[in-house]
Design a protein around this ligand. Structure first.
Ligand code: AHR
Length: 530
């Protein structure tokens, strides 16, 4: 077994970490909102029906930004339905998820929830079934101080002060054939629409930033041409390219699950290069950045392939008339508890590995929203809310991945990931030489703190590491905190915090080299201070 060698130097900088890098995504979907954060019959429910116990945990976590209200949901959503007296709001069929949307939770309520949870909203407008007019109106409603039709309506509806929403998504996954009002077949048309919508939105509030949709996944057949055609039309008026990806591996294939971050890096690198190309084409000094506002990793068994149908099989079921579609009306007080497959460590490591990939690209990736984030980080059932292991790791990223992202050279044992396909859509090429030691670092100059995050992807091998920080003179104090569970299937539960960060005291720092061990399938945060 080879010792892992790591090296950091103060000159090897990547870029400034945006504080919105570790945010979350919440959609009107399943029991994320109704029966998740909103349960009017719950003993801790506030006047709007939101669970205070959940708010408290989200607040403790310190999530900087939450993307809302969708997701696919937003592409059929009329924002106007979600404001005004609650008992007069229309019930609408939600075509994306086959439910009935009551609009009980709307813009005012969610803004109040976000205020209490101490987080910022990233609000998505509907550019599927609607256009620039609805988009500019919601900006006027939410952000204009008063004296105009929409802003006065907000005041009349009870909010004297504007909500001040700074980040706006121009639709959701508009390249996806599954999307209501998809622009899959007309990227330039979508780009022109975004140019006009973004321009109008910014004429109302010049302080906002907008994110235009790129490809929904690197698997999309039209990736990256679609993205380029879109951006070509709106380069001057938008700030971010919004990208999404969900990585999958089969049950038991932990190596491929944790190696998934490599596909994220390929995706980011391609989009960053495409952005550079469009910027050059436009002779523009401006650099559009990336908002990775949906991501996740999941364990999925193989599903039968359908040779000949191509890569769009994923979308076929969306076109089909489904006689089972009943437009269920969810009762938020009586929804089935959501159970995440796998133990807490699996979720922590598979998400953290992606989050480290985002950190390694902090020069271009400025916003990140983890899918299912709130429910997974602040796990809850009808009675309680508790901290899943991921809560602790995410909190460490929020707290310590600050300042400048630093290059972290790793020389460790490696493994090869053979290519595999989960279904026609999710096809992964093989990767050779995947480091067992996955790492990223941040240097917070303001607090004189260098933090190195380390995942050991090996299921069996504890690795000794030599971490060379000679370039950081004076950083002589250190702390190594690890999250590790000998039982990989274990989960935290209410009142049973078994997977928590613990100090590892084995390390030694001598002549600028820190030596320690990282346990198999563990998450490690090593901080150096003066
Ligand atoms: O998170 C569920 C769905 O996944 C979102 O609505 C959509 O944007 C993505 O395809």
């Amino acid at each position: 077994m080879k010792k892992a060698a790591m090296i950091l130097d103060r000159d090897f900088t990547i870029g400034q970490v945006d504080p919105r890098m570790y945010g979350s995504f919440i959609e009107h979907l399943g029991r994320a909102v109704y029966g998740g954060i909103y349960e009017p019959g719950h003993p801790t429910a506030d006047k709007n029906g939101f669970r205070e116990d959940v708010i408290q945990k989200v607040r403790e976590l310190g999530i900087p930004v939450v993307r809302y209200p969708g997701g696919n949901f937003v592409s059929g959503f009329n924002w106007e339905d979600s404001v005004g007296p609650r008992d007069q709001r229309p019930k609408r069929l939600d075509l994306a998820w086959g439910t009935t949307e009551t609009n009980e939770v709307g813009l005012h309520e969610f803004a109040e929830w976000a205020r209490k949870a101490n987080t910022e909203i990233m609000y998505a407008v509907n550019l599927g079934t609607r256009g620039a007019d609805a988009a500019r109106n919601v900006v006027e409603y939410a952000n204009h101080k008063g004296g105009s039709y929409w802003s006065d309506l907000r005041i009349k509806n009870g909010a004297k002060n504007p909500f001040g929403i700074k980040l706006w998504c121009l639709g959701n996954e508009m390249d996806g054939p599954w999307q209501l009002g998809s622009w899959e077949k007309d990227p330039s048309g979508y780009g022109v629409l975004c140019n006009e919508a973004s321009k109008a939105m910014k004429w109302i509030d010049a302080s906002i930033e907008t994110a235009v949709c790129g490809s929904s996944a690197p698997f999309m057949e039209h990736f990256p041409e679609w993205d380029e055609k879109v951006l070509d039309q709106c380069y001057d008026t938008v700030d971010y390219l919004s990208v999404h990806h969900y990585h999958s591996a089969q049950p038991g294939d932990i190596k491929s699950l944790l190696g998934g971050s490599l596909y994220y890096e390929d995706f980011i690198n391609t989009e960053a290069a495409m952005i550079e190309y469009v910027a050059s084409k436009h002779r523009s000094p401006k650099k559009v950045k990336i908002s990775f506002d949906e991501y996740g990793a999941m364990v999925r068994p193989f599903s039968p392939l359908n040779p000949g149908y191509g890569r769009y099989n994923m979308a076929r079921s969306h076109y089909k008339f489904d006689p089972e579609r009943r437009y269920i009306l969810h009762d938020p007080d009586n929804m089935t508890d959501r159970v995440f497959p796998g133990g807490d460590m699996l979720h922590l490591l598979s998400m953290a590995s992606i989050q480290l990939a985002l950190l390694r690209h902090a020069d271009v990736v400025k916003v990140g929203c983890m899918t299912g984030g709130l429910g997974a980080l602040c796990a809850s059932n009808h009675d309680h809310v508790w901290k899943a292991a991921s809560h602790y790791a995410f909190r460490q990223l929020i707290d310590y991945a600050r300042g400048i992202s630093m290059e972290t050279k790793v020389d460790s044992e490696t493994y090869d990931m053979p290519g595999y396909a989960i279904d026609d859509t999710s096809q992964y090429t093989g990767k050779e030489g995947v480091n067992y030691i996955d790492s990223a670092s941040a240097w917070d100059k303001e607090h004189d703190r260098l933090t190195v995050f380390v995942i050991n992807r090996s299921e069996t091998q504890e690795y000794p590491i030599d971490l060379d920080i000679k370039g950081f003179e004076g950083y002589n104090s250190y702390e190594h905190v690890e999250i590790y569970s000998p039982d990989f299937d274990a989960k935290n539960a209410y009142g049973e915090d078994i997977i928590v960060p613990k100090e590892n005291k084995e390390g030694k720092l001598e002549d600028g080299v820190f030596t320690t061990h990282v346990k198999p399938l563990s998450w490690n945060v090593i901080t150096f201070t003066k």
